[in-house]
Design a protein. Structure first.
Lengths: 469, 981
């Protein structure tokens, strides 16, 4: 902890406002899980889980009938399923970035948002993992992808980027899950201690793994958290880099580019932050968390959206430049075709949402305006979905031989499944905010002025509770 | 690349548009990629197709082994017993109008599975076409009629025999008074013998012959010119200059297999020093023959007579004054000069749509040019009953005069395909007793008293005389699956009431043909070879009376001016379903039309100019009013079509044929008049405001300036013999790692000569038959899910109204550095040591990544379970040597790996190595132009290695360093320097 003086604290916008104390934070966050379930929650959960159910029934239909119920065809063998996969994996990036990378960089403002950003990561990755699982033609033998010793002489082809995906996303999911859970332990213990009925006591007693908040525990805990953060950091870069190799290692013009790994990572962070923003704004409003998730948090996130948005914009223009500079006629055609061909509408949606909209955040007024950032974050998410659509579909629809060119369109199953994945995502998220602390209490307390060991020395009011209780 | 591209001066363009960046064409572009392609009013949706397929499991019991009872002789030495797994080959004959195709049919344990041409038979010479290839599916069609019906009630053949025996009594007493037969034309010693017997037995009975598409005009032309019915037999290989007047001799005219073969032989190029023939085509609609043309003149069908007259004049035979208003005179003069220059080595042919007088003039022209006896010979027709459209008009008169009380319809479907103005349905209703023999319970069967199921030619004994006079025997490959009887059996029954087996009927005919020597020995030989070698009649040069032709012309021809209000209608044969008889054949329905690339529908084709003038777009539904009748049809704009002319394809819109063919397309017969069956002037087109969705497999194509099909004129080729390779410049192709060398053992490779390929689609259907490729239905084709392993890419070049057309067959290229293999996560597609890119279907989980990464997009995916619900009887058509793929796996061309392995096993058992030419892929075997060569590229003496040495050889997308095993030989055209602008 750095030494801070009161004067500096006054000059800087405080991270937490409303003159919070350790106990007000515990009360505020824990009560969300303890109070009677608000009616609104039921409404939202009902809607989200219905959507999720639609998705599961459509998946059932898909598995029963075949991949033909989607719009995929030859030449466009990958349609919305893969677009959705890349989209959701991208969303999942913000969580790890906020919890691991910003942790390592000691960005204290992350504490208010990291918990649900991490949760969001997990749920997004769950949504993402559904799609590669169901998009294969013979789902019942999808286990052929895994290197399982068997008597059939089957062994996966390690040269295939799809296999790399399996490992990259799998690793990412398990590490993120671990990281999230480790971060939850102190807060789960708080809930255990506050629990008033037996079930809660037993449940939180088990999941808090005997946390008592002792000094030794904290010492080990923080080291473990640091190590996990260190472990997750390369994953932030690797997952989407690997996902991008699905495209980059192929020979198809528009896919075959070396810019993809960094470009995909930037895009992922961009979309992930946008999604965190959307969720944070809603949760903040509903549960009255304005003092914990302050404008300063939101503004910081908007700055990151602005930066990554411009990185993505740079990648778009660089793709064009290289297509021209390479002298490769197929490559050139592909990019001109993206902007002016049959899918130009998708391309321009992408450009408007991803490159133009974030430019609003140059203005301090706009980037601190809740309605503006809410709308912008939604546009960014739309734009990023279209980015993946443009990459996947336009490159395939018009590749080398014009004779095989075709126009891909989704069916109601494609659309319903995608909508349903949002349902699943929100349903999981609602379950999370209902039953688990959506803000990392222990970490937020750490950034309170009271957490400063010198705080007591200067004021000596002794009002604050002991750390970790 | 761009500069090199200019070498051949061609800019290939999107199918219609992009030359003219006008709003109309942008609109057209937009139509190319329709956005509302959701659900169709498709006649056969996949689900419906499969559901119905399932319904016919009733035929399950028929799927056993049904070897014929009579002794039939295998083509190769007859083994004593059938060895399971080893197919046998039997020669037989497919009668087709007056033509007959000699075939060799592969039979697995008593069930025929694959048809090839009979190498000994002059009409096929071992090659085949789409209709012969698809016949195997027709045999197993579960919708074929399976029982005699009396007024719609199921009866047995015995019932019919009893019925006929009682009917027959009155006809033997009154010598056939009131009895009439209507049949299609045929040329067959047995049928002709029975025909004469019939006439003898019932001298007062009438015999009419009608078929909707025939060579009738050729014979009437010959009658006019010479007074006799001569059959012209063309030898395209001998012609240096060929002029086709509306003759699509490579696809839809009779004897197209030999024509294709001869034409390709005359164009064969090994080096730049070789010469090649030159083809001029005058036609209304683009045909594949027009695509092969070195010069093509688009002319309304009704104006071709004027062109022909003018050509007569140019060649010095006075024919009066033709209307030359729409004819390019320079073109005409240069063609005439070129023909004269090549006297004796030229050939002029006219198509079946052309009227009598054109055929008469063409005979005269060939005589004047000295071609008769050389590139064209004539034979007198024997054993043949000729088509006579007039006779169906006579039938109407006879019925009106109440001269007929019993009508027997032997095959044919006049209710569907008789000229509309005859109103055949009414005629039929006026006749007291009607009997109909046909393969299907079709439109005619619904309106008769007795319907009798006809046996398929692969189920019956018979014989046929082909157009060049060769007599051959039809051997049954299988007992009738649905209890049908052959035409000969039924005719025999009609004559004497005796229920004889076809075998005995045919043998008794052949006892008079094989008079000398031991009959059994000769008979066995005929069956084995599939033909009677010494049966070709003497060829003669006919004498022609030009004056008679001129007189006829002056009486019968009045030129008409065409305009947007006075449009010419042309009725054309469907390359797929012919006159409609193959409408229930799924392979043919799904086969993309060679020119439009549309599958599952027929359209009304018009030129871009006329479409613009009438403000029509693709898929607009129009109403065509012609001679007091009208029909609605969807528009398809055809570059290169003649202006103010509309081409309608016959054979679609059937109502009663089966689950595949019912209600596919529109019925152009509805406006077809009895006079001038093939074309006429005076149609009016109105827009209905509705649209009709069509399933196109390749309209979204343009070469976009890419060097895919490489082409040069022969002059350019002489100057730059390596032009094909020079068209693409790229840096040296190097790999990051040491590549597999593939220099041991057999290394399979293929070449495809684009100079020979005419785009006839034979390979597509042959491949479908050999490799158990399913059909998927219109809706799926529209979505881009057709399953053909080999496709014919068609590109246009040149101007919008006068384009040139090129074809490129594309199947899996078998890349040594295959992009598909690298990306498959489960190693389901891998390379074998012989250079084949192989698919392990059982391993495939269906990620479709391989297809995405295939630069040639030749992989096909089973989006649904297309084969699972096949009716049992259809399963019999499957090749047992090829896996039937399930849902969710990728498939693609295997270079016919089953054939390779079978040859390898045989060779290994003998302790030999595989000889060049022993392994023949299905596409190669069918190709009448010999465009495809396959073999071991590791053997420098093999045919394929030699092809790969030719300077025209190039690799498509070779710059990707994928090292394809299939390479192409560039196309060369031979334009007349005098006509080069």
């Amino acid at each position: 902890m750095t030494k801070t003086s009161n004067r500096i604290q006054i000059a800087e916008t405080p991270l937490i406002t409303g003159n919070q104390t350790f106990s007000t934070i515990t009360d505020k966050v824990s009560s969300i899980t303890e109070q009677k379930t608000p009616r609104m929650w039921y409404v939202l959960f009902g809607a989200a889980s219905s959507l999720a159910l639609i998705m599961f029934s459509l998946i059932g239909y898909l598995i029963w009938e075949g991949v033909g119920v989607w719009g995929v065809q030859i030449p466009v063998g990958w349609g919305w399923a893969i677009v959705n996969f890349v989209f959701w994996v991208g969303i999942g990036h913000a969580g790890t970035l906020i919890s691991a990378v910003l942790f390592l960089f000691r960005q204290k403002w992350r504490t208010s948002i990291n918990r649900f950003a991490e949760a969001m990561t997990l749920f997004a990755v769950i949504c993402a993992l559904i799609f590669p699982g169901i998009h294969v033609g013979r789902i019942w033998v999808a286990y052929f992808m895994f290197p399982i010793p068997n008597s059939m002489g089957m062994w996966p082809n390690f040269r295939s980027p799809l296999l790399w995906d399996v490992f990259a996303v799998g690793t990412y999911f398990s590490v993120s899950l671990m990281f999230w859970y480790v971060g939850l332990i102190p807060d789960l213990a708080s809930l255990r201690d506050r629990a008033k009925n037996k079930i809660r006591k037993i449940f939180f007693g088990i999941v808090s793994l005997g946390w008592r908040g002792g000094n030794r525990q904290w010492k080990h805990y923080e080291l473990a958290y640091l190590l996990l953060a260190g472990l997750s950091t390369p994953l932030v870069l690797s997952v989407h880099s690997v996902v991008s190799t699905d495209f980059a290692t192929s020979v198809i013009p528009g896919w075959h580019t070396t810019i993809f790994p960094p470009y995909f990572v930037a895009g992922a962070i961009f979309s992930g932050f946008a999604m965190v923003m959307t969720l944070a704004l809603v949760a903040r409003k509903i549960y009255g968390l304005e003092h914990l998730i302050t404008l300063r948090h939101l503004e910081n996130m908007n700055k990151i959206i602005l930066v990554t948005g411009m990185m993505v914009g740079y990648a778009y223009s660089m793709e064009f430049f290289i297509a021209w500079y390479s002298g490769n006629a197929y490559e050139k055609f592909t990019f001109i075709n993206r902007a002016f061909g049959q899918y130009a509408w998708a391309y321009w949606i992408m450009i408007s949402c991803n490159v133009i909209i974030p430019q609003l955040f140059w203005s301090k007024k706009l980037r601190t305006s809740i309605p503006v950032m809410f709308v912008a974050s939604i546009f960014v998410n739309i734009g990023m979905w279209f980015e993946r659509f443009v990459i996947t579909v336009t490159s395939l629809a018009n590749d080398f031989l014009p004779s095989s060119w075709d126009y891909y369109q989704p069916t109601f199953v494609d659309i319903g499944t995608f909508m349903g994945s949002f349902g699943l995502f929100f349903a999981l998220f609602l379950i999370f905010i209902r039953f688990l602390p959506l803000i990392a209490m222990s970490e937020v307390k750490g950034v309170l002025p009271q957490a400063d060991p010198l705080y007591y020395g200067h004021n000596g009011d002794g009002k604050g509770e002991k750390h970790g209780k | 690349m761009k500069d090199k591209n200019k070498l051949n001066g061609k800019d290939y363009w999107r199918s219609l548009d992009q030359l003219a960046d006008t709003p109309e064409f942008r609109e057209f572009l937009h139509r190319e990629f329709p956005e509302n392609a959701s659900e169709l009013s498709s006649a056969v949706s996949r689900r419906k197709f499969l559901t119905l397929m399932g319904a016919s499991l009733a035929f399950a019991g028929l799927a056993g082994c049904r070897r014929p009872v009579e002794k039939i002789i295998p083509y190769v030495n007859a083994p004593e017993n059938v060895t399971p797994g080893i197919p046998k080959y039997y020669a037989t004959t497919m009668p087709f109008g007056l033509s007959a195709y000699g075939l060799l049919v592969e039979s697995h344990e008593g069930r025929p599975t694959k048809i090839e041409g009979n190498e000994l038979h002059p009409s096929t010479l071992g090659k085949s076409n789409i209709l012969t290839q698809a016949a195997i599916l027709g045999l197993y069609d579960p919708d074929r009629s399976n029982s005699p019906l009396q007024n719609g009630n199921s009866k047995s053949w015995d019932d019919f025999i009893a019925y006929w025996r009682s009917e027959r009594e009155q006809f033997s007493d009154n010598r056939g008074q009131g009895l009439a037969v209507i049949s299609e034309s045929f040329a067959s010693p047995t049928l002709y013998r029975l025909y004469t017997d019939f006439k003898k037995n019932y001298p007062r009975a009438k015999w009419f012959t009608y078929e909707p598409l025939s060579d009738e005009n050729i014979y009437s032309g010959s009658q006019l010119a010479t007074g006799k019915n001569y059959q012209p037999v063309y030898d395209y290989a001998k012609a240096k200059v060929i002029l086709s007047l509306d003759s699509d001799f490579l696809l839809t005219e009779n004897e197209n297999i030999t024509a294709n073969r001869g034409f390709a032989a005359g164009r064969k190029l090994e080096t730049e020093k070789d010469s090649m023939n030159r083809l001029y085509v005058v036609e209304n609609n683009f045909s594949i023959t027009g695509g092969m043309a070195d010069h093509r003149l688009r002319l309304p069908t009704s104006k071709i007579i004027d062109f022909c007259t003018a050509l007569m004049n140019e060649l010095g035979i006075h024919m009066g004054k033709p209307d030359l208003s729409s004819i390019d005179k320079k073109w005409l003069q240069e063609v005439a000069a070129d023909l004269k220059k090549n006297k004796g080595n030229s050939l002029v042919v006219a198509g079946k749509k052309q009227p009598t007088v054109v055929h008469a003039m063409v005979m005269a022209i060939n005589n004047v040019l000295g071609n008769a006896g050389n590139s064209v010979t004539y034979i007198e027709l024997k054993d043949a009953v000729l088509p006579r459209t007039e006779s169906i008009r006579d039938l109407k008169t006879s019925v009106q005069d109440k001269e007929i009380n019993t009508l027997i319809i032997l095959d044919g479907n006049p209710v569907f395909n008789a000229p509309a103005d005859l109103e055949f349905t009414h005629i039929l209703k006026k006749i007291e007793k009607t009997v109909h023999l046909s393969l299907y319970q079709d439109e005619t069967s619904q309106l008769v008293n007795w319907h009798l199921p006809l046996a398929h030619f692969l189920e019956s004994w018979g014989d046929a005389r082909s157009l060049n006079g060769t007599v051959s025997v039809m051997q049954p490959l299988i007992e009738p699956l649905f209890g049908g009887r052959s035409m000969a059996e039924v005719l025999n029954l009609l004559i004497n009431g005796e229920d004889l087996r076809g075998y005995e009927i045919v043998r008794s005919t052949w006892k008079s043909i094989l008079k000398s020597g031991d009959f059994e020995f000769n008979w066995t030989k005929v069956l084995h070879d599939g033909l009677f070698a010494n049966s070709q009649p003497i060829k003669e040069i006919p004498k022609i009376s030009a004056a008679k032709i001129e007189l006829y012309l002056s009486k019968n021809h009045r030129p008409e001016k065409l305009s947007a209000e006075n449009i010419e209608v042309v009725f054309q044969q469907s390359p797929a379903v012919y006159d409609g008889r193959f409408a229930n054949n799924g392979w043919l329905q799904e086969m993309p039309d060679p020119v439009t690339k549309l599958s599952w529908d027929n359209t009304a084709l018009i030129s871009p100019n006329t479409a613009k003038e009438l403000n029509l777009k693709n898929e607009d539904l129009i109403k065509i009013d012609y001679k007091g009748r009208s029909v609605e049809a969807p528009i398809w704009i055809m570059p290169g079509h003649a202006d103010y002319s509309i081409t309608l394809t016959l054979g679609y819109g059937r109502k009663s044929v089966g689950r595949i063919g019912n209600y596919v397309g529109y019925d152009a017969y509805k406006i077809r008049p009895a006079m001038n069956l093939y074309f006429g002037v005076g149609a009016v087109i109105t827009k209905t405001g509705k649209t009709y969705l069509l399933a196109n497999t390749q309209d979204h194509g343009s070469m976009e300036g890419r060097p895919l099909v490489r082409e040069a004129s022969i002059e350019e080729y002489k100057k730059h013999p390596e032009f094909a390779k020079e068209m693409v410049g790229h840096p040296p192709l190097k790999s990051l790692w040491e590549e597999q060398s593939y220099d041991e053992g057999y290394q399979w490779g293929m070449t495809i000569d684009l100079n020979a390929c005419s785009g006839c689609n034979a390979c597509v259907i042959a491949c479908q038959s050999e490799n158990n490729i399913p059909i998927v239905g219109k809706e799926q084709v529209r979505k881009g899910r057709e399953m053909h392993w080999i496709r014919l890419d068609r590109y246009f070049s040149g101007g919008l109204s006068e384009p040139e057309m090129v074809y490129q067959p594309v199947a899996c290229q078998h890349c040594e550095n295959a992009p598909c293999e690298q990306v498959c996560p489960v190693a389901a597609t891998v390379h074998d040591e012989e250079g084949l890119n192989v698919m392990a279907y059982n391993r495939c989980i269906g990620t479709r990544y391989c297809s995405n990464n295939c630069p040639y997009k030749v992989r096909r995916f089973n989006f649904f379970n297309y084969t699972n619900e096949y009716p049992e009887v259809l399963k019999m058509a499957q090749n047992p040597d090829v896996t039937v793929r399930s849902r969710g796996v990728m498939e693609k061309c295997t270079f016919c790996t089953q054939r390779i392995n079978s040859v390898k096993i045989t060779a290994k058992n003998k302790g030999e190595t595989v000889k060049d030419g022993d392994v023949v892929t299905a596409c190669q075997q069918s190709c009448p132009a010999d465009a495809i060569v396959f073999g071991n590229i590791n053997d420098p003496k093999s045919a394929v290695s030699k092809m790969k040495e030719l300077n025209r050889e190039y690799t498509m997308l070779g710059e990707l360093n994928v090292k394809t095993r299939t390479t192409y030989l560039a196309k060369v055209r031979n334009p007349n320097p005098a006509l080069m602008d």
